[in-house]
Write a protein that binds this ligand. Structure first.
Ligand SMILES: *[C@@H]1O[C@H](CO)[C@@H](O)[C@H](O)[C@H]1NC(C)=O
Ligand SMILES: *[C@@H]1O[C@H](CO)[C@@H](O)[C@H](O)[C@H]1NC(C)=O
Ligand SMILES: *[C@@H]1O[C@H](CO)[C@@H](O)[C@H](O)[C@H]1NC(C)=O
Ligand SMILES: *[C@@H]1O[C@H](CO)[C@@H](O)[C@H](O)[C@H]1NC(C)=O
Ligand SMILES: *[C@@H]1O[C@H](CO)[C@@H](O)[C@H](O)[C@H]1NC(C)=O
Length: 423
């Protein structure tokens, strides 16, 4: 059984962007794996040699997920984690040269050169066939001089660590260079980040959704359990929402019960704990979340505000407070620091003060893209839907969808690895 720990994100305490990022990154999904996954069963037939892929990333869950999948393809993933939570996965970069937890997100030009010098004749590095970069995706700038295939998979807004106009513009230049070379892979694990990258670079990443097969748990509701309300960081909004929801339940004379996830399980739960609840209610704080991937793959019925309601709640209360880096930094803006390339008909993704812009971008969120999610447009409506939804049928449909998704994803990986192997 996999243990999980919940962490708080007291991000208002952090004075500098860098400090803040250090904390946010490793806990943007607060589900942190403790046990290393066992090898998955499926072995794909292949006609290529075994490959070695290098990573030094700041998020343990995204890399863990890919590592687990790639075991099916006889890929060795060298995982030098710089995340503050690396001890949970026993993947801490202990002997990594030059880069560390402090400088790794935004290394200077000099540090990037030193990294190359330190590793250009390194025997382990000489075995490496490709590099993979999630968090930050811009880590791949550091790997460019090695002249080997790069696999970029954005799991959050890709300018992370390159926040100034200058750094972001340079990153875009390098991003285009990387995308020009057909041996490299440009991907995102969600459509929002793919569209976001396209807005600023004109490049359309492929989608490689996270699989999270490592949970090894499926929906199995136990009698008497409550619906869970997933994390809502905006405290005042959370109180108001739970207050309204409780009143709606009373008004409709319903016997159903709800609990706030973090109150019920404090700082620890097992995957099987949440799979035993009838469903999960979200007012999301981010547009794509590792914990949401996990719950979807566990076939747990999910309830989200309709896009109109969420747009309104975001406009008024800023509920999706990790959508833009400006908002993460408590400085919501009405414009991006650099212009997009798609023309004025596409609204600015970093405009937090325009309902049309917010709604346009929210449509790309995972929860408005995936099937079999139930949407509500008020707390009364939510209670009606919680009472009358056919939860088993929803879960069954999710399960079938997830099986097909895995097949397709494994085909994509097989293609990617062939491309890496060909180089
Ligand atoms: C490839 O990896 C598999 C499993 O990890 C191993 O059994 C096999 O010997 C390896 N093949 C080569 C050519 O190294
Ligand atoms: C709570 O209910 C009040 C009164 O109906 C409403 O104005 C408010 O928007 C609701 N807030 C939330 C977060 O549901
Ligand atoms: C709830 O119960 C009360 C008292 O039994 C009743 O007056 C009311 O009509 C009920 N409301 C609904 C929505 O069923
Ligand atoms: C953003 O706000 C500034 C200052 O309030 C204003 O001058 C500007 O027109 C706004 N831009 C957009 C795109 O709304
Ligand atoms: C809200 O949801 C209810 C129940 O599904 C539906 O009847 C109603 O038309 C919806 N209203 C809006 C404004 O979407």
């Amino acid at each position: 059984m996999t243990s999980i720990r919940l962490s708080r994100i007291p991000y208002r305490r952090f004075k500098t962007m860098r400090q803040l990022i250090m904390v946010l990154l490793s806990i943007s999904s607060f589900l942190l794996l403790i046990n290393l996954p066992q090898k998955p069963q499926t072995i794909i037939k292949r006609s290529r040699r075994n490959l070695t892929i290098w990573s030094n990333d700041f998020h343990i869950s995204t890399i863990q997920d890919v590592k687990y999948q790639l075991q099916s393809f006889n890929v060795v993933l060298i995982d030098n984690s710089l995340s503050n939570h690396c001890s949970l996965t026993k993947t801490c970069a202990e002997k990594l040269k030059v880069l560390n937890k402090q400088n790794g997100i935004s290394p200077t030009i000099k540090e990037r050169q030193e990294f190359y010098e330190a590793y250009k004749n390194d025997p382990v590095m000489n075995q490496v066939d490709a590099f993979i970069c999630f968090h930050p995706t811009a880590m791949c700038e550091v790997f460019m001089p090695f002249n080997r295939p790069l696999i970029i998979i954005a799991s959050t807004r890709y300018e992370m660590g390159r926040f100034s106009r200058e750094e972001w513009t340079k990153w875009n230049k390098n991003f285009r260079l990387i995308a020009l070379n057909p041996r490299n892979i440009i991907a995102a694990n969600n459509l929002y980040d793919a569209e976001y990258i396209r807005y600023f670079t004109g490049i359309k990443p492929i989608i490689l959704p996270s699989l999270c097969d490592y949970t090894k748990v499926s929906y199995s509701p136990k009698p008497g359990r409550s619906f869970l309300i997933a994390t809502i960081f905006k405290q005042q909004f959370r109180s108001e929402f739970i207050f309204n929801l409780t009143h709606s339940i009373q008004r409709l004379n319903s016997t159903l019960t709800v609990d706030y996830l973090r109150s019920l399980y404090k700082d620890h739960y097992d995957y099987s704990d949440i799979a035993g609840h009838p469903g999960m209610i979200y007012v999301p704080y981010q547009v794509s979340l590792m914990s949401l991937f996990e719950q979807y793959r566990m076939n747990i019925p999910l309830f989200f505000p309709s896009i109109d309601l969420l747009t309104e709640w975001h406009y008024i209360y800023r509920v999706i407070d990790q959508r833009t880096w400006d908002d993460v930094n408590s400085q919501p803006s009405n414009t991006s620091i650099i212009p997009g390339v798609l023309g004025v008909e596409v609204p600015d993704p970093n405009n937090e003060f325009d309902r049309k812009a917010i709604r346009y971008w929210l449509q790309f969120s995972d929860f408005y893209q995936w099937p079999y999610i139930t949407y509500f447009n008020s707390t009364d409506d939510l209670v009606e839907k919680l009472m009358h939804a056919n939860l088993d049928e929803i879960s069954q449909s999710m399960k079938i969808y997830n099986v097909k998704l895995k097949e397709r994803l494994y085909e994509q990986w097989e293609d990617i690895l062939r491309r890496v192997d060909a180089n």
